[in-house]
Design a binder for this molecule. Structure first.
Ligand code: URA
Length: 219
């Protein structure tokens, strides 16, 4: 009888639009450092498969781990997955991705499979907002491990969010810092405009072209 009442009340709540989510689990790697993490990308992807370290995990369809050449000289880092990326589990597959593909092919003269593509966070922020500091703090160690494994010669930070969270320079206006290559561990880092910005401001493509030519010159 008790159970029937509970069930009835749950059905009522569902009818009113309530949804049930598991509590955020404390996962074994909550405080793990880079040396505790697996040393291949495939293992790392499996390692974070059930990640629920931040609230973004509650709304995601897929973790967008990143993809590309494990030994790429060039790594692109965007902000975070959008709707299409969340649906597919792959980075940069929407309109911004089409533009990124054209830059890779027509300016850098490479194929998408030659480079590695990842994001600052691996789960989609709601309504495509920028990820918060807390979300980035939870997710960034996995990205740093990816960088450590791929060891790219050059990292291209796509947009202000990517640049700021990678470097810690939170005051960095992308229009001021873009085009200047800086040291980033054993890699170089080139900040440039995000492809989504280029879709809204096509006249900024010439700046990105100039940034990519600098990258190409030292690849
Ligand atoms: N924008 C990003 O920053 N990353 C993606 O993967 C897609 C769009």
């Amino acid at each position: 009888m008790q159970q029937m009442k509970l069930l009835q009340s749950l059905y009522q709540q569902r009818a009113f639009g309530y949804q049930y989510f598991d509590d955020i689990k404390s996962v074994p790697f909550e405080n793990s450092d880079l040396s505790d993490m697996p040393s291949t990308l495939t293992q790392l992807a499996t390692y974070i498969n059930d990640c629920s370290l931040c609230n973004l995990s509650k709304g995601r369809k897929h973790i967008v781990f990143g993809e590309g050449n494990v030994h790429a000289d060039l790594m692109f880092i965007g902000e975070g997955p959008g709707e299409l990326e969340d649906n597919s589990g792959r980075p940069f597959v929407g309109r911004a991705g089409e533009l990124l593909d054209r830059i890779i092919q027509n300016v850098l003269m490479l194929k998408r499979e030659d480079v590695y593509i990842a994001n600052i966070v691996k789960c989609r922020p709601p309504a495509n907002r920028a990820p918060t500091e807390e979300e980035v703090a939870k997710c960034k160690p996995f990205l740093i491990k990816q960088i450590e494994i791929v060891k790219p010669k050059i990292i291209i930070a796509l947009g202000a969010t990517s640049y700021s969270y990678l470097t810690g320079d939170m005051s960095g206006k992308i229009s001021r810092v873009r085009g200047e290559m800086i040291n980033f561990g054993t890699s170089k880092l080139m900040p440039t405009f995000h492809p989504s910005y280029l879709l809204r401001n096509p006249s900024a493509k010439k700046e990105v072209m100039s940034d990519m030519l600098k990258v190409k010159a030292i690849l």
